[in-house]
Design a protein around this ligand. Sequence first.
Ligand SMILES: *[C@@H]1O[C@H](CO)[C@@H](O)[C@H](O)[C@H]1NC(C)=O
Ligand SMILES: *[C@@H]1O[C@H](CO)[C@@H](O)[C@H](O)[C@H]1NC(C)=O
Ligand SMILES: *[C@@H]1O[C@H](CO)[C@@H](O)[C@H](O)[C@H]1NC(C)=O
Ligand SMILES: *[C@@H]1O[C@H](CO)[C@@H](O)[C@H](O)[C@H]1NC(C)=O
Ligand SMILES: *[C@@H]1O[C@H](CO)[C@@H](O)[C@H](O)[C@H]1NC(C)=O
Ligand SMILES: *[C@@H]1O[C@H](CO)[C@@H](O)[C@H](O)[C@H]1NC(C)=O
Ligand SMILES: *[C@@H]1O[C@H](CO)[C@@H](O)[C@H](O)[C@H]1NC(C)=O
Ligand SMILES: *[C@@H]1O[C@H](CO)[C@@H](O)[C@H](O)[C@H]1NC(C)=O
Ligand SMILES: *[C@@H]1O[C@H](CO)[C@@H](O)[C@H](O)[C@H]1NC(C)=O
Ligand SMILES: *[C@@H]1O[C@H](CO)[C@@H](O)[C@H](O)[C@H]1NC(C)=O
Ligand SMILES: *[C@@H]1O[C@H](CO)[C@@H](O)[C@H](O)[C@H]1NC(C)=O
Ligand SMILES: *[C@@H]1O[C@H](CO)[C@@H](O)[C@H](O)[C@H]1NC(C)=O
Length: 603
Amino acid sequence: MKLVTVVVPVAVLSLGFVSALPNAPQGYTPTSVTCPASRPTIRSASSLSPNERAWLEVRRQQTIPSMKDFFRHIDMGAFDAVSYLTDHASNISNIPNVGIAVSGGGYRSLTTGGGALKAFDSRTKDANQPGHLGGLLQSATYLSGLSGGGWLVGSIYLNNFTTISDLQTYREGQVWQFQHSIMKGPKLEGLQSWDTVQYYRDLAKAVAGKKAAGFNISLTDYWGRALSYQLVNATQGGPSYTWSSIARTSDFQDGKMPLPLLVADGRNPGETLVGSNSTVYEFNPWEFGSFDPSIYGFAPLEYLGSYFSDGSIPLNQACMRGFDNAGFVMGTSSSLFNQFILQLNGTSLPPTLKTILAEILECLGAHNSDIAIYSPNPFHAYRNATAAYAETPDLNIVDGGEDNQNLPLHPLIQPLRKIDVIFAVDSSASTPNNWPNGSPLIATYERSLNASGIAKRTPFPSIPDKNTFLNLGLNSRPTFFGCNSSNITTGPAPLIVYLPNYPYSTYSNTSTFQMKYAISERDAMITNGYEVVTMGNLSRGPLSEDWPACVGCAVLSRSLERTGTPVPGVCVRCFERFCWDGTRNSSTPAYYDPEPLGGYRVL
Ligand SMILES: *[C@@H]1O[C@H](CO)[C@@H](O)[C@H](O)[C@H]1NC(C)=O
Ligand SMILES: *[C@@H]1O[C@H](CO)[C@@H](O)[C@H](O)[C@H]1NC(C)=O
Ligand SMILES: *[C@@H]1O[C@H](CO)[C@@H](O)[C@H](O)[C@H]1NC(C)=O
Ligand SMILES: *[C@@H]1O[C@H](CO)[C@@H](O)[C@H](O)[C@H]1NC(C)=O
Ligand SMILES: *[C@@H]1O[C@H](CO)[C@@H](O)[C@H](O)[C@H]1NC(C)=O
Ligand SMILES: *[C@@H]1O[C@H](CO)[C@@H](O)[C@H](O)[C@H]1NC(C)=O
Ligand SMILES: *[C@@H]1O[C@H](CO)[C@@H](O)[C@H](O)[C@H]1NC(C)=O
Ligand SMILES: *[C@@H]1O[C@H](CO)[C@@H](O)[C@H](O)[C@H]1NC(C)=O
Ligand SMILES: *[C@@H]1O[C@H](CO)[C@@H](O)[C@H](O)[C@H]1NC(C)=O
Ligand SMILES: *[C@@H]1O[C@H](CO)[C@@H](O)[C@H](O)[C@H]1NC(C)=O
Ligand SMILES: *[C@@H]1O[C@H](CO)[C@@H](O)[C@H](O)[C@H]1NC(C)=O
Ligand SMILES: *[C@@H]1O[C@H](CO)[C@@H](O)[C@H](O)[C@H]1NC(C)=O
């Protein structure tokens, strides 16, 4: 046995003290702090950040034992995946690099995606039994979320990388109590009744503090604060929790979990977004920015809210901290839901509440209600940003699904990240009945084709049209895209494992705007999400035979190519069954109306 020496990179150590998660200096209000010795700057998107590169060295080593644990309970036939990983562990570039993406779609995607992550998590009871997929989460390097999928990712990371099983056990007054509408607020433990008025007062007070400190505010500030009460298990939803604080926790620094990424889009007032021209932003634990040519830069997340010009904070300007409030970041990715606050105005509310709301709405109005204001614009006068972004004092950011790319694939398909496979859990409401039909993949594919468009031909596998998805049933079972890497002519691209929401044990196509879930309904959705990714724990007859091995094959596929290893027999069969083979049928499909399988009906 060879001894692998893990060199802990200096950049990780130099983060210094390890503080607890709530680390904003003054709650929700961004505040000036002493600038660090080397003043924060905007950097070019031409490389990954030094922080990410250093972290990857630690994390990638951690994924090796996790992947071995995963393959120990997956029957790969004659192929010994554990030995394969051992044999190639000395060159980490040969080890599979796994990403997981959770789509938008409100609580439907939070719960369905939650079930998927529960199935992928080795800490879930029975998830390491034969036929289950526990350990895929621990094997992943990246985990991205958007809108409702972002609530899921945020809630896990802001609660110390907790498990879905744990989140399901929280009680009244704590998080994940979706039986109470977010508009009503939490029922505090020990209290007989709700104090909705106090809840709104608290929301308003927090945001008023930010405004009084001179910051532009938007409905997203209220929305993000409200979300925090449901997602962050701390008093008043933890006003001091920041997204950048994730990077300061020791388990994260030790590479014990995947890198969490949230996605949002840039949009100016009155604009319409489409995939071919949207600027897609990511929030990672260190930075906020975009690989797209319109920005092509990253800002240090912790110092958002500071005034940057031409990529740095002028000497006469203070360094601000606390702007990247975790709820505000999650609210930005899901700003589509801001409209709920507007709708409240029409309902019968107690007069006190009406007054508070009137004050909130007075200064904001209904126009562009979905926009989150990032002001000052960190990319102001930044040389590499195109004129439109370099000239505005504010950046306007919206829900990551508004350009139809409702799966947060953008950060995961960046060639710099060299991801081999993306498990894409799609709970989009793309059909009239709120089922997926491949739309987010199509949007990303079309964007990737456009040589003059913003994605500049970022390599992405070929994806057929919506009718083909329905006619061939590619949306009613897992489907792999891009199995044949030689067929992707634009360059190396990950294999996409498309995992569409499908009714196994419950109708999991609830409306995106359903704002209340009884605990039993929440849990039924989570179980169904578990079944979406395990194919009902292999209960779909011949189609689901060998499914765990097929997941293993998807993980290994690009790695096998790199090491010149012949494709194992079990994988040849898996790829025949699950890879889209290029067949198209674009005729008008029959009305799509799937019924719960009860776990046992054979398709
Ligand atoms: C601008 O982008 C180019 C690559 O296109 C890079 O070489 C340069 O360093 C960037 N400039 C700044 C200020 O980041
Ligand atoms: C976070 O979780 C880890 C792993 O379960 C545990 O060791 C640690 O004590 C937890 N930290 C806090 C602050 O709860
Ligand atoms: C942000 O605030 C500045 C200064 O108060 C103002 O000029 C600007 O119009 C505001 N932006 C928005 C989008 O409200
Ligand atoms: C959530 O927070 C409450 C109050 O701070 C605490 O009592 C409880 O133990 C926490 N729940 C979990 C599951 O950590
Ligand atoms: C993006 O394209 C759409 C549709 O072609 C157009 O309406 C919109 O103005 C464009 N937006 C930008 C920012 O170019
Ligand atoms: C809220 O409702 C009041 C009257 O019910 C109306 O005057 C006001 O314009 C509404 N505000 C918004 C932002 O819709
Ligand atoms: C390609 O991108 C350009 C520039 O953004 C845009 O004008 C054009 O409509 C796009 N084409 C397609 C097919 O999306
Ligand atoms: C993979 O794609 C290449 C290029 O299109 C093609 O020549 C080859 O036959 C394909 N292989 C399979 C197994 O389909
Ligand atoms: C590691 O593997 C990569 C990809 O297969 C290869 O390009 C590289 O040369 C290898 N490095 C070493 C040191 O063998
Ligand atoms: C192979 O590439 C061609 C050309 O881009 C494309 O039309 C076809 O759908 C691809 N086949 C598969 C199976 O992805
Ligand atoms: C859910 O799907 C079923 C059948 O596919 C349909 O009958 C029902 O109306 C859908 N529910 C919603 C809320 O869209
Ligand atoms: C699949 O396994 C999960 C976790 O053990 C369980 O909750 C669920 O009921 C199972 N579903 C079926 C269809 O067997």
